[in-house]
Ligand binder design. Sequence first.
Ligand SMILES: *Cc1c(COP(=O)(O)O)cnc(C)c1O
Length: 460
Amino acid sequence: MTYQNYSLKQLQAIDAAHHLHPFTDHKELRGIGSRMITRADGPFIYDSEGKEILDGMAGLWCVNIGYGRSELADAAHAQMKELPYYNNFFKCSTPTPTLLAKKIAELAPKNINQVFFGSSGSEANDTAVRLVRHYWALEGKPQKNRIISRQMAYHGSTIAGTSLGGMEGMHGQLGGAVPNIVHVMMPYAYELGLPGESDHDFGLRAAKAVEDAILEAGAENVAAFIGEPIQGAGGVKIPPASYWPEIQRICRKYDVLLMLDEVITGYGRTGEWFAAQSMGIEADTITTAKALTSGYQPLSALLVGDRIASTLVEKGGEFYHGYTYSGHPVACAVALKNLEIIEREGMVERVKNDTGPYFAEKLQARIAPHGLVGEVRTFGFLAAIEIVKDKKTRERFMEPGSAAVTIRDHAIANGMMLRATGDTMIMSPPLIWTRDTIDMACDRLLMALDLAEADLRRKP
Ligand SMILES: *Cc1c(COP(=O)(O)O)cnc(C)c1O
């Protein structure tokens, strides 16, 4: 690679001069300079100075099989030589998306047998919105087009993704959201649960907010409810077990479609192939992306349930929607190999039966007792650590988010990558983590918590 001819300072200067980054305060970044990640292997990433960092985020929730898998590079190479690109428009198809769609249908919940491809989670959610509204129009109910989502939801960063999402800051910069999307409370018991309310009851109350929104709009005007089975970017919010079955019951009662955004949870992260299976629910659409290729190629798949698919086929008429790279042959070849590896190495079962429970046990035993930690939540290979000033009262540090950022910076300096979102630390490790890797992560995280505590308590 040619970057080796550049010093870190030079690369940072070029980066600052020419490269606008996603979700970044560019004024702040220019004062600091980017950390250059230059290579990665297995569970580790390495920066330009050779520093090893254990990647507790699997890139950005995606590198489920870890780094350095040459089989994926070989699959891409072979496909590029044979057929680098052809479109799937105008009654054409190519073999890799065809076979990938079949594979995904086999792994998915049994009511799902059709797949629509895109290149990102945001695109797939855009497709999902278009599709559910098209469905109701085909069913003769074009006014049934309202979509219910949740506060702090993350559904991507395009106009439709942002509109579906419930991030206030993002909405503030939108200049007009996609119409007919409303947001209700999230199932976040740690902050929204009432004193004395059980988790079970809280879950039912949070689900009732969806029913209330349906009744307020009139069920005849509500197309669908959309939710991440576990809210990811919003802070790994794991709903009580009572929540999702109740949501399913409510959706069925009012004939409202259920859309799941499994861009993070899809392909093994929860200990099942899909979180729909972990939660025991059936969805009409499931959005997937990230781990579909373990991030080795950009690719998304919208899984479409039989109810919607059969209406498309029976009623006919063109669905005016698609992307140049829908079903890109190289990305699909990489996805097929990625799924093969996840299956061959038994990663989903391991997360469910061995490393997932061990991850939960160790975080509860070693991290939860720390003085800065209000709560540890885990589900499969997802974790949230609530940062508080006072464990008992749950009082937070003064400046929202600052404590978590302090911890994150110490963690990275100590060779541990994880994310801070608000006052919550979040983790989403690759599924290849072993018990030893989990122990290493706890060691590094504890050290960061201790160093951060010294900093934070010293401040007035
Ligand atoms: C990342 C993410 C998206 C958006 O995916 P992109 O590929 O970044 O467009 C959508 N939904 C969820 C739940 C996500 O985590």
